[in-house]
Design a protein around this ligand. Structure first.
Ligand code: ARG
Length: 608
């Protein structure tokens, strides 16, 4: 049940009959939108101006009136009104809202309908470089990517998540060099994860690479040259280095596991760069054989449409970029690996769409990949770089610790949990001082709250930003218990559950046999409308790959709920019909909040 879809179907016959240009009807239908100002109604239909423009001699207000007259009799709308230059203001009938909101209590997925044309998506997310501490950029990719997986799945699409691990790069040269020269055998036997982490940092320190700085092209030359030689040997199938790489890999993956676990993120596949290594010569040979790639000064390149051949990787043009797929020294590039990845994904999962949830700095790389993949024959696949901005510190510089390095993620989550617990305790004390009767929870339950709220805070803060902009990582702000934060939504959820506990009401029958909803107060009406708009939020978030549309929705819902809560007593509503009606609204608020947070990968607790 999507309100907007219902309104559009109501308008469609009228517009088809009146449109000067019937091909434009979908555009005209697109001009039905939620009102930005509730005083003007629930929705607005703004197509009259465009239609009048196309039919010379007609005035928009007259066209608007004609549209209204052509809409068939229905139980959905109050009589529409025309305002200003031809806006049609739409107000839904309260009885319609009451019935519809009762309907979502038993509807699958709270009214969210499966997509009319389910698609298959492959989502490239997370992609950390193993053997290194996780970078905050990978944190963003993990959180945003996971939310997109969940949102698209709720709409019935087939979604394959794939973690394109960086498991073949320079960091392994560092590990190999460190292992060969400085390893502590007993330490490696006892705890390979810890020993490898130590070796990695040890070599980086020796090479004087600053924390957070990329090792490619940085640091003391002699040491880094030795490391790069180890990487080259690995890539050239050197038996010793390959065997060592195989020993290191489980430990490297083990370093990542606790982070994914803590974030509650499960990714279907983790086909890293190493997986594609054996395919790279074949990719280059195929592109050469098809006349798409050419040898140029010992390298293999794909020129762009204008025939421009790049001499270096940096030289790739802005539009329709050319690419280097094998360097003069025989090494394959990040581009070659990504082309092999496209081929493998298409052959394995046959996706309609491939999304790459990767930071904005790689925009040119993906432009290159998409252009070359199309040239190579993958034209029917839709490619999208779902890019995001950087995380900044409160000083508005790239997010860093005091030491100048990128903070390790686990510490960051620990801090978030710790601060959340402090704020929880303060909040509880404050509510108690206002005479609220709050059960004292035991330490175990409190530590669950700290974790759920803390991790939720980090995710929510990230997802509530328009993903393309940079955002400031402010632990204090994101753990606040009021405002558009995870904690606020989690409290709102717990508050819904508390009402059922307090009234000793079992919510079961509200979900199987919901009572009639009666609308007696504007706050009830506004809340019912907001609940019914959940499917709209999910569809819009999916269409723009924009999880922040879900958080904006949650914020509006929470505000409506709070107005309702202040104005409409629930357990003391007077008549049992009104009590039941309000309990149903409360139960639905809880269910929608929980479902919406779940789309963001954020958990709730039953009481806090
Ligand atoms: N490991 C890469 C990095 O850290 C991200 C991988 C993105 N995915 C891809 N298919 N290239 O920059």
């Amino acid at each position: 049940m999507n309100l907007l879809t219902q309104l559009r179907s109501l308008f469609e016959p009228a517009l088809t009959a009146l449109a000067p240009d019937p091909a434009k009807v979908p555009d005209y239908l697109g001009a039905i939108k939620p009102s930005s100002n509730a005083d003007h109604g629930d929705y607005q239909a703004n197509m009259a101006m465009a239609m009048a423009n196309r039919a010379a001699g007609q005035k928009p207000p007259d066209v608007a009136k004609a549209i209204i007259a052509a809409i068939s009799a229905n139980d959905i709308l109050e009589p529409p009104t025309v305002a200003g230059p031809g806006f049609i203001n739409l107000r839904l009938k309260s009885e319609f809202l009451a019935k519809a909101v009762q309907g979502i209590a038993t509807a699958p997925k709270l009214g969210v309908e499966p997509a009319a044309k389910p698609r298959t998506f492959v989502i490239d997310l997370s992609g950390p470089n193993v053997a290194k501490p996780l970078h905050v950029g990978h944190l963003r990719s993990t959180i945003i990517g996971d939310a997109l997986v969940r949102i698209l799945r709720l709409l019935g699409h087939t979604v394959v998540g794939d973690n394109h691990l960086g498991d073949w790069g320079t960091q392994f040269g560092i590990l190999l060099y460190g292992y060969k020269n400085f390893r502590d055998d007993p330490a490696f036997q006892a705890d390979p994860v810890r020993e490898l982490a130590r070796l990695y940092l040890h070599v980086r320190n020796m090479a004087k690479i600053a924390e957070g700085e990329d090792e490619d092209g940085a640091g003391n030359d002699a040491i880094m040259t030795a490391c790069r030689e180890e990487t080259s040997k690995l890539h050239a199938d050197d038996a010793e280095n390959v065997a060592l790489w195989q020993t290191f890999m489980p430990a490297c993956l083990e370093m990542l596991r606790p982070i994914y676990e803590r974030l509650g993120v499960k990714i279907d596949h983790a086909l890293g760069e190493s997986f594609y290594n054996p395919m790279l010569p074949g990719v280059v040979a195929d592109l050469l054989a098809k006349g798409i790639a050419f040898e140029s000064k010992g390298a293999v390149v794909i020129p762009n449409a204008k025939g421009i051949i790049p001499q270096t990787e940096e030289e790739q043009g802005k539009e329709d970029p050319p690419a280097i797929i094998r360097k003069r020294d025989g090494a394959f590039t990040y581009t070659t690996t990504d082309l092999a990845t496209v081929k493998h994904r298409v052959e394995t999962w046959k996706p309609d769409t491939m999304l790459y949830v990767v930071g904005a700095p790689q925009a040119l790389h993906f432009k290159t990949i998409f252009a070359q993949a199309r040239r190579w024959g993958y034209e029917s696949v839709e490619f999208q770089h779902v890019q995001f901005g950087s995380m900044l510190g409160t000083d508005r510089k790239p997010f860093q610790t005091r030491k100048g390095g990128v903070i390790e993620l686990m510490t960051l989550l620990d801090d978030a949990a710790c601060l959340s617990l402090q704020k929880y305790e303060a909040n509880t004390a404050e509510r108690r001082s206002h005479g609220h009767d709050i059960t004292d929870l035991d330490a175990a339950e409190k530590s669950v709250i700290a974790e759920v709220v803390g991790v939720g805070a980090v995710k929510y803060a990230d997802l509530s930003q328009n993903r393309t902009t940079d955002y400031v990582f402010d632990l204090d702000k994101m753990t606040n218990t009021v405002g558009n934060t995870a904690a606020y939504m989690q409290y709102a959820y717990a508050r819904c559950r508390a009402i059922f506990r307090k009234g000793e009401v079992d919510e079961g029958c509200f979900r199987t046999n919901p009572p009639k909803v009666v609308i007696t107060h504007p706050a009830e009406r506004a809340l019912a409308l907001q609940l019914l708009r959940f499917p709209e939020a999910v569809e819009n978030a999916a269409a723009d790959y924009a999880p922040h549309i879900i958080t904006s929705y949650l914020w509006d819902l929470a505000k409506s709920y709070s107005v309702f809560f202040e104005n409409c007593p629930v357990l003391k509503a007077g008549t049992s019909a009104l009590i039941d009606s309000r309990l149903l609204l409360v139960d639905l608020v809880g269910r929608v909040i929980k479902q919406a947070l779940d789309l963001l990968g954020i958990r709730v607790v039953e009481r806090m």
